[in-house]
Design a protein around this ligand. Sequence first.
Ligand code: DQA
Length: 149
Amino acid sequence: MIERETMGKRVLVIHGPNLNMLGKREPSIYGDKDLNGINSMIEEKARELGLTVTIRQSNHEGEIVEIIHSAPSVADVVIINPGAYTHTSIAIRDAFLCVNLPVIETHLSNIHKREQFRRHSYIADIAVGSVMGFGPKSYELALTAAASL
Ligand code: DQA
């Protein structure tokens, strides 16, 4: 008897601070889709790619650190949009270095086209890669990348 089983790769998507305000928040930069809409896109793309996806959002640095610490029990790959913590958080960087999981940095906007202070990322050099500048599609592209790892 031949038995085949397809186990979807497990992807954890973490949205950082202020991303719960999408839709209302600076729509000229981030668009008018709210986080619920983006999460539905993520779930649909994950289904299409055969991925199992878990999605979390937090406005708190320490909580994001704890989500990353427990990521290995729910994920094989992490996609994170750390929001403003991208540019400030050594703690989030160090949390990724505590767990041995590939991470894909994701942003709605192109952080290199904006203010100088957004150009530095504490995640970029420990990430497998970064996707940015494509609005909500950045998450779909990141999921495609996650599927191909
Ligand atoms: C962001 C870019 C960050 O600079 C900003 O602080 C955010 C959103 C993005 O998705 O474009 O909160 O991560």
